[in-house]
Design a protein around this ligand. Structure first.
Ligand SMILES: [Zn+2]
Length: 94
């Protein structure tokens, strides 16, 4: 898995039973105790979603009817990589 994962203020479960982030959604780098924009997870009551990539959360927010509000500061900090295919195309060839 590449890129930051997600921390969020609430959760919901999709049709496949996977725990998904909801409410206030931030980017979170695994192994750290704060979001990409600098909010301490425990202080803000944010739950970790190590199985959900930030770029997937961005796609999810556009397609789900669940309430997901992506943090603008995390969006800026993570860079404009919302489209996985566009991102892949930018990767240098080996
Ligand atoms: Zn944030």
């Amino acid at each position: 898995m590449t890129g930051p994962a997600v921390a969020a203020s609430s959760r919901w479960v999709d049709e496949e039973g996977v725990r998904e982030p909801g409410g206030s959604v931030h980017a979170w780098q695994r192994g750290t105790n704060q979001t990409l924009c600098g909010v301490p997870l425990h202080k803000a009551g944010l739950e970790r979603f190590p199985h959900v990539l930030w770029i997937d959360a961005r796609w999810l927010a556009d397609t789900t009817e669940e309430r997901m509000v992506l943090c603008h500061r995390c969006t800026a900090a993570a860079g404009d990589r919302g489209d996985r295919r566009r991102w892949t195309r930018h990767r240098p060839r080996p």
